[in-house]
Structure formats: C-alpha cells, structure tokens
Design a protein around this ligand. Structure first.
Ligand code: GAP
Length: 514
C-alpha cells in the first residue's frame, strides 16, 4: 500500500512537471480541490471527451448532444431534490479542527477490515503454497471469520443508518468502532450534521431583487429540462438519448486524491429515454456498452469491476458503478442509474408543463423512464494517467519514465526530430511536420541529444518519434520509433501518414465498440 502511495505521489508530480495538471492559483498558494489542465493535459482531456462524444453520438443514431447553460432556474434544483437532499453527513474533530465525511470515515474502516482479511489470506497462501484452498481457509480460519463477522456487522449497521438518514447512529458507529482522527489521533468528535454541497451565488442587482442561483452540481438536469425541446425539434422517437459534456460544481467537504474529488469538475452524461417497463432491459444493455467502452482502451480488463448499489436513491430502481483500480484501490469512475420517471415527473409538477411522449406504436402517452450514464472526465483522466505511468528498467540498467497512453488519446501523436541541427536536416524535418500537422498533433524538436529527446516524448506518451538523418536526404526514408517497444524501423516518408493513422486514429478505437 505504501508503495502504491509512493507511485501515486510520483504520478502527481509527473503530471505537473510535464504540463498535464497544475494546482489552481498556484502562485497564490493554490485553491483546495481545484486544478488547471496544462498544455498536454488539455489535449488528453479533449481526446477523452471526443472518444466519449463520438461513441455516443456517431455510433448511436438515436443519441444527440446538447450544451446547456451552467446557470439554471433555481426551482429546477428544488424539483430535482438537490436543495433539500444533496447533502453529505459531516463531522469535525475538536482537537485537529479538521472536518470529515462521517460516511467516508466508516467506509474507510470497512476497507481496513477488508485489508486485514486480505493480509491473512496472502500470508496463508505463501505458507501453504500450491496446496492453498482460499475458500476453505475463509470458511475455517478463526481470525478471518472473526474479522469477516465484524466487517459484515459494521456494513449492515452502516447501511441501515444511511438508509434511515440517522445522523446520531452514524456518530455512534464512529465512537463504537473507535475511529480516530488521522491528524490528531483523538476520538474527540462533534455531532454529525448535514452539509449541502451546492454552491450558491446571486443573479441580478440587489435593487431589482437579486435571485439566488446555484452552480449546477450535475449536468443531467440541463438534459431533463430540454427533453421536450430536443424530442420535438429532433423528431426523436423512444428509445432515444441526449448526451452532454460540461462543468459541474460541488462544495466537497473532503477533497482528496488529487483530481479524483474536485470542487469544480467535468461530467459526460447521457440520459436515455425509454418506455416504462423496459428500463431494466436498457439498464443491463448500457452497463454492458459502457464497460466495453472502457475496456476498448486496452488498459487491462482486470482493472475494472462493477459495484452494484445496495442503497438506492428513492427514485432509482437499479444503479451500478464502474470502478477502476487506481493506485489507492478500486474507485468509482462512472455511474449507471435507472432513474425511473422521477426527474421528468418532478419537472412536470414544478413547472406545470406537460412532459410526456406520445408513443405511436402503443397509441398512448406516458412520461418516459430514464437510464443515465454519468462519467467524470477528470476521474477518467486520472485512471488513464495512472494506468499509463511506468518506470521501466531498461537492459542497459537505465530507467525510463514512460506514459503508455492509449495512442488515440495521446496529446502528441508524433514528434519529428532532426538527428543534428545542420546539413539541411532541420529543413527536411520541417517539411515532414508541415505535411503531418494537418492530421496529427505533431511536435518538432531539435534541441539536445536524440536520446534525451526520445525520453521527453516518452514522458508525455507520444506514440511515434520520426528521426530525420543524412540517409533521409538521399532516399526519403526516416526511422520510425515506437514508444512502447522502442523499436526503430526504416520507413519511406510517403508511408508515414498511413502508419501513424492506423495506430492513433479515434476511428480505430471506435470500431472496437461495434
Ligand atoms: N447525474 C448523476 C451524477 O451526477 P454522481 O455519481 O454524483 O452522479 C457521476 O456523479 C460521476 O461524476 C462520478 O462517477 C464521478 O466520475 C464524477 N464526479 C462526481 N463528483 C465528483 C467530484 N467531486 N470530482 C470529480 N469527479 C466527480
């Protein structure tokens, strides 16, 4: 675990050193849980968004996109339930004056039991070797049985408390489990209180009577309130979807793990409107499609798992997360929710406007049910970065830091490097750049020894380096170096476009989703 924490620290500093992610307002000592994307980060982020957007809108003829405003009529958040219920339970430690989410403290405690059990199993597996039977060990080992029993009892008590919104019980669990503040080490806890996560601001001048408006905490409501507009103007027939990418804002109590939990972040959400009664079929379908989208990136199938929700929001009849194995464990990257007709019905009620669909096949009107897929751009970015980061031991004893980014997502697709800064090689290299730059993000670099330039490109994950040498001037060939294998092949300049395109095009990735 400690080793993984070190790796994560290295990833965070690599992200800064190579222009992927900077702390916001850094020269003013930063702003907690807010980050800026640098010159390479913005390209990687845009490529992730394009992959999602095209997978939704190009591959599904019944999904269209919108881009709704961040400010919305405040009653929308009343209707959606966010004003009354978009809360986290918070607790303070009186000694350290630090604030925590009570539910996260308890979840961490459950994870500690899981870790202890995993340690016992790993120890036994080592002791017994090939003869080890994990199922039998779990069923018979006294220490594991005791830990598992305590873990399950805690989990059950926690679920009941959360479902009942019982803040006193959450506090009591923290006391009974003897959970201490990681900073002060004490159990001097305050009461648990609800804390609304929405940011508020004022719209209009006070003389006119300013109105309190919210920074949207999710993009989904912009889709719901435009349902009728899109359905009518696009002549959409159920089932159909509306996709949107945009910023969302949450005043998170505990900002943790770099860009994993931010106060300003970006979401890619799609609401799929279906017939009542067909929602669970579509929920299953979207679970499968979304996992396939993740796995097509080739970051390792074993790094994903579903986490089906036991505690469902009152409006949902099924929900699951797609979790990715980050250096700090399996964590939610995307949520897939069957939201029934809750949101549309609420907007119908609060706006007084009829929001229904006339189904010509059934010859009846109804309020559509909704399957939502909701993924955080920044969490996706983090999963790609963590999975790509590698410190590779080379046969010559050196270490190279390389980002094995999926080639279609890489910020720079190829770098053109003249071997030396003379003899007409820079000019020839510039000619190649001037051809490739129309289709690929292309870098030109002539400073430093060639090996050093390769390393710089490896560090930002550039899939190809093209080296122009003296032979190039004679026969119009270059060496093409592939990032992961570091293999160099001599290829004709005329073939470069196709060779690069085959590896880096988004279309090649999208074809895997067929
Ligand atoms: N409309 C449904 C919705 O917003 P959610 O589970 O609250 O559902 C969806 O959020 C996704 O948004 C999450 O799976 C996560 O990837 C991302 N997300 C949520 N809060 C975030 C935060 N504070 N920082 C970064 N990403 C966040």
């Amino acid at each position: 675990m400690a080793q993984q924490e070190d790796v994560f620290k290295k990833i965070v500093s690599h992200a800064k050193e190579y222009g992927f992610v900077f702390p916001s307002s850094e020269i003013y000592d930063g702003l907690s849980a807010v980050y800026d994307y640098g010159q390479n980060g913005v390209e990687l982020k845009n490529n992730i968004k394009r992959y999602w957007w095209d997978a939704m809108t190009l591959l599904h003829e019944n999904i269209v996109g919108i881009d709704s405003a961040i400010f919305m009529h405040p009653t929308i958040w009343k209707a959606s339930g966010h004003v009354d219920a978009f809360n986290d339970p918070l607790i303070d430690n009186r000694d350290s004056k630090k604030r925590y989410r009570a539910d996260v403290l308890i979840e961490d405690q459950i994870a500690k039991y899981d870790e202890k059990i995993a340690k016992e199993i790993a120890k036994a597996a080592k002791r017994f070797g090939d003869a080890f039977d994990e199922a039998q060990f779990r069923a018979t080992n006294g220490r594991v049985l005791d830990l598992q029993g305590r873990r399950d009892a805690l989990h059950e008590r926690f679920s009941v408390a959360m479902n009942a919104n019982d803040l006193n019980e959450l506090r009591q669990i923290i006391i009974d489990e003897e959970i201490v503040c990681p900073i002060s080490g004490t159990k001097n806890w305050t009461e648990v209180r609800q804390f609304n996560l929405m940011f508020k601001t004022e719209m209009g001048s006070t003389a006119d009577g300013a109105m309190t408006v919210y920074l949207r905490p999710e993009t989904a409501q912009g889709i719901f309130v435009n349902y009728l507009n899109v359905q009518k103007t696009g002549r959409m027939r159920i089932p159909f979807g509306i996709a949107q990418i945009g910023k969302a804002f949450r005043n998170e109590i505990v900002a943790r793990q770099f860009i994993f939990r931010m106060r300003e972040f970006e979401q890619m959400e799609m609401q799929f409107f279906v017939r009542p009664g067909e929602e669970l079929k579509w929920f299953g379908q979207w679970k499968e499609w979304r996992l396939k989208w993740h796995k097509a990136l080739g970051m390792g199938d074993e790094k994903y798992r579903y986490h089906d929700h036991e505690k469902l929001a009152h409006y949902a009849n099924a929900a699951t997360d797609i979790e990715f194995l980050m250096p700090f464990g399996f964590k939610e990257v995307e949520g897939i929710h069957s939201r029934t007709n809750f949101d549309l019905s609420q907007h119908q009620k609060f706006s007084g406007k009829k929001i229904e669909y006339f189904d010509p096949e059934l010859n009846q009107s109804y309020t559509p049910y909704v399957i939502e897929t909701s993924i955080g751009v920044d969490r996706m970015f983090l999963s790609v970065l963590c999975s790509a980061y590698d410190e590779e031991q080379l046969p010559n004893g050196e270490t190279r830091t390389v980002l094995h980014l999926p080639a279609p997502l890489a910020p720079v697709k190829c770098a053109v490097l003249p071997l030396v800064r003379k003899d007409g090689l820079p000019e020839k290299a510039r000619e190649i750049v001037d051809e490739l730059k129309f289709d690929f993000a292309t870098h030109y670099e002539e400073k430093d020894a060639i090996g050093k330039r390769y390393r710089r490109q490896d560090a930002i994950g550039t899939p190809f380096c093209i080296t122009v040498d003296h032979q190039t001037l004679e026969d119009n060939t270059v060496t093409l170096r592939e990032r992961d294998s570091m293999e160099q092949t001599r290829v004709a300049i005329a073939d470069l476009h196709k060779l690069i395109h085959d590896r880096v095009s988004l279309a090649s990735l999208l074809r895997k989703l067929r």
